[in-house]
Design a protein around this ligand. Structure first.
Ligand code: 5GP
Length: 193
């Protein structure tokens, strides 16, 4: 997605050659018009696939997923993050390791908002190790639903997330794929030599 690459190039900050900070338009301040475009792009990829529900994770996934949900005209539910592993009867849960925060957290979705037998599209802002997406996929499957696809805004293709998710059989679509960081700039997969 060209528009998104331009914003990353103009405003993204590479931290420790590992993490891309895009707080100016994606993770803190949000650019509403860019998000509308992001929603349309993701929806285009999954049109006609019979998606019945969108699942994402708080906080940054929500605004992205909302745009897609409007385009596909389906309900959206977001997983909540909790530090302690709380087993209660009425939630589905999954444990995810965060490499940015270096801790395990529990993600939960109330059973009443995740009916079984549906085709679900999972959405997240970044794909790195694939932990968050894998955790959501397991949670969705635990509810008796099918993961129809995983849509990501920014994929760091030098990290193992895509490979891990594809090996597990998931269909992964990313709007932007970063092959590597070089001199604090992003080199995209299609431009990488
Ligand atoms: P994974 O679980 O695939 O390792 O990482 C995905 C999650 O970690 C995303 O939901 C995102 O919140 C965070 N994350 C991973 N890498 C980055 C990054 O380079 N920049 C930002 N802003 N978040 C990241």
């Amino acid at each position: 997605m060209e528009l998104l690459k331009q914003r990353i190039d103009a405003e993204g900050i590479v931290l420790n050659n590992r993490v891309l900070k895009v707080d100016g338009f994606l993770n803190h301040q949000i650019d509403p018009k860019l998000f509308v475009q992001i929603g349309k792009e993701i929806a285009k990829q999954f049109e006609g696939r019979g998606i019945e529900r969108i699942v994402t994770i708080e906080a940054s996934g929500i605004a992205i997923a909302l745009q897609v949900a409007i385009e596909l005209d389906v309900p959206l539910v977001f997983a909540r993050k909790k530090k302690s592993i709380l087993m209660t009867e009425d939630v589905y849960h999954s444990v995810v390791y965060s490499y940015t925060k270096e801790e395990n957290y529990d993600v939960t979705i109330s059973k009443k908002f995740l009916p079984s037998g549906e085709k679900v599209l999972i959405i997240d802002d970044f794909l790195a190790s694939g932990e968050a997406a894998m955790g959501l996929a397991k949670l969705v499957e635990g509810a008796g639903d099918t993961v129809e696809g995983i849509a990501i805004v920014i994929e760091k293709s030098f990290q193992p997330g895509r490979e891990r998710l594809e090996k597990a059989g998931y269909d992964v679509h990313s709007l932007v794929r970063i092959a590597r960081f070089e001199n604090d700039r992003c080199i995209y997969v299609e431009d990488a030599k």
